[in-house]
Design a protein around this ligand. Structure first.
Ligand code: PLP
Length: 399
């Protein structure tokens, strides 16, 4: 593997920790060190590492075999659970990753509208080949024509949509930018995207790969803004490889194989038995409305405590996000778009190493995704470890 790595985001200098075991909210590395998991596998690990309901579902499915080459008894259960939770999703199809979900949703939008271009936002991340977090995007992005807007700038977005409506198939947006800095999209901005796309012949795609966890119906439910298509991934597969895209029946029904003009959507593992079983068990039996609220409450507790601490000490440090997704930034803020996110710094690396040393793992770029086995004790322990860092290093933090 180049650089010993097969997943860029988990590389950190001097070297990443190799994890050999996970249990509840705890991870053990190859040297036997134990960490409380505040990364939650970038949101895919919502259920923690050994949730009994998830494990039981996987074991039960495994007992009956796992590769059939035909429909299985779990996929319709998971499809129904998703469509029930997300009313804008009238029909859904499964795939294997969030990247694939976005590729398919945007390809559908291009086929449905007959137009080639896609509008995205600076700081946006929609998968390996849809990377807009820094500068001009990635050279290995898919070769779609992209129009790039500024996140949370409603007027500029409305103008760009008007200017490019003739070539735009869709606007794709994370209703909260995750990778880009855990930056909530403002309601007014997202509503303008809804109105401007509806007024013209183009689709609004919400990438809820990370944010679907923030209510029982994702951020679209909280905002009251229904997109035309939604993309999913991460924890919805119960912790196994997963992706899904869905939305308006008139669009999605184009994949109905009984139609003579059906669009083909293949994928050997689209209905992988273990994923379907684990995902269905998680959604129908574990991630209830009460658990959504509890987890979001823990995120609020962490954010509020750290922000109160930074304000009291007059430190340039800000915890952003919504509910169970938290971003940590060395700035006074506000953080409304990519331009407000401080560049990677030694301070960021130091905070990461400080927390690892105290037994807390999260992503060095300042990304925290809570998982269900966490409780107030762990939240307070993490917060205290951050506060110790800010106190011990207040000089460099202020510089
Ligand atoms: C918002 C968003 N979209 C898409 C993806 C890609 O998902 P996957 O890693 O499953 O391809 C991610 C992954 O982090 C994401 O955060």
């Amino acid at each position: 593997m180049p650089g010993g790595n097969t997943r860029s985001v988990i590389h950190v200098p001097p070297f990443p920790l190799t994890i050999v075991r996970g249990e509840g909210a705890r991870l053990t590395d190859a040297d036997g060190h134990v960490y409380v998991d505040f990364l939650g596998e970038y949101t895919a690990g919502l259920y923690g590492h050994s949730h009994p309901v998830i494990l039981e579902a996987i074991r039960e499915a495994l007992g009956d075999g796992m590769t059939f080459g035909g429909p299985n008894r779990y996929e319709a259960v998971l499809a129904e659970a998703i469509c029930t939770r997300f009313p804008s999703v009238e029909l859904v199809r499964f795939c294997n990753s969030g990247t694939e979900a976005n590729l398919l949703a945007l390809s559908l939008a291009r086929a449905a509208t007959g137009k080639p271009a896609v509008m995205v936002f600076e700081g946006g991340y929609h998968g390996s080949v849809f990377y807009f977090v820094t500068g001009a995007g990635s050279p290995i992005n898919v070769p779609f024509p992209f129009v790039v807007g500024r996140y949370n700038d409603a007027d500029a977005a409305a103008q760009l949509i008007a200017e490019h409506a003739h070539e735009l198939a869709a606007v794709i947006v994370e209703p909260l930018q995750g990778t880009g800095g855990v930056i909530p999209g403002e309601r007014g901005f997202l509503q303008v995207l809804r109105d401007a796309t509806a007024a013209r012949d183009l689709l609004l795609v919400f990438d809820e790969v990370m944010t679907s966890r923030l209510s029982t119906g994702g951020l679209q439910r909280i905002l009251g803004i229904p997109p035309d298509l939604t993309t999913f991934g991460k924890y919805l597969g119960g912790g196994l490889a997963f992706g899904a895209f869905g939305g308006r029946a008139d669009l999605m029904s184009r994949f109905d194989p009984s139609r003579r003009d059906a669009l083909r959507h293949a994928g050997t593992f689209n209905n992988a038995v273990l994923t379907m079983a684990a995902g269905a068990a998680g959604l129908t039996r574990v991630y209830t409305s009460a658990e959504v609220d509890r987890l979001n409450g823990l995120g609020d507790r962490l954010r509020d405590r750290l922000n109160a601490f930074a304000t009291r000490r007059d430190l340039p440090f800000l915890a952003t996000g919504y509910g169970s997704l938290v971003g940590l930034h060395f700035t006074r803020g506000p953080v409304r778009s990519a331009a407000d996110v401080p560049a990677a710094s030694e301070l960021r690396a130091l905070l990461h190493l400080h927390l690892l040393e105290r037994g807390y793992s999260y992503a060095r770029r300042g990304f925290v995704a809570l998982c269900l086995p966490l409780g107030e004790t762990e939240i307070d322990g993490f917060a205290e470890a951050v506060e110790t860092f800010l106190t011990d290093h207040s000089g460099p933090v202020r510089d």
